[in-house]
Design a protein around this ligand. Sequence first.
Ligand code: CP
Ligand code: NVA
Length: 306
Amino acid sequence: MSARHFLSLMDFTPDELLSVIRRGIELKDLRNRGVLFEPLKNRVLGMIFEKSSTRTRLSFEAGMIQLGGQAIFLSPRDTQLGRGEPIGDCAIVMSRMLDAVMIRTFAHSTLTEFAANSRVPVINGLSDDLHPCQLLADMQTFLEHRGAIQGKTVAWIGDGNNMCNSYIEAAIQFDFQLRIACPAEYEPNPEFLAKAGDRVQIFREPKDAVQGAHLVSTDVWTSMGQEEETARRLALFAPYQVTRELLDLAAPDALFMHCLPAHRGEEISLDLLDDPRSVAWDQAENRLHAQKALLEFLVEPAYHHA
Ligand code: CP
Ligand code: NVA
């Protein structure tokens, strides 16, 4: 199948990623100025959600409507996907009716299998392995607040999870140093670490990882699908809470990001999202703008009149 997909940041070149992010900033400006821009009129995005979502669903759905198209929400509960229809069959059928498909799922192989059978672009709206759309928003937010991230230092504090893996890929694609502080048991997947080489360093102590960091980022300690591990995770991750005092050890102009939803009192202190260094609300808003740029890049433009 010849369609381009966005299952991982590695599916795009560094230049393509940067141009999507810069375009996100332009589309944000158009929207703020009330300019109507509908290149995807009559185009339809299918959105399969096997896990919960607020930001991903809203940003893709609102984004498609703003670009002149439509989005259809699908869950395994009310499609044949939930009754065992093979993923490849679903991909063949869905991609004959839709112009793009976004999938939030558990196993990353669901995405690769769907994409292998899809005529139209497939977008990863989060898997157990990766969350590349969130990184588009994070990189756009850094660019807006601080300029280029190339050559900067980023600290990831907490779980070596899907977001952490996407930060590792971002370190490769955007050319920054990543310092990860995590418990030994929750290091990121070694395959991702191996790809990054010396761009990524692992620490045990959050205070060591944040030294000199221009961006500090974290995420929940228990991701979707890991709920039965919650008690053990709460105990093990307790020393990894990000606080104002921890941020004081980073670079003087450091920013703080959290992909949200946040658990105040767990991975962040109660007051952290109120700290002037936190840009979490801009980061959440930028899901909309960055993904509109992604959709514009991936989806064929409007039909011609007969
Ligand atoms: N950050 C993020 O993906 O949020 P949702 O789970 O609400 O989509
Ligand atoms: N790591 C989290 C991110 C949620 C946006 C999860 O997978 O649940």
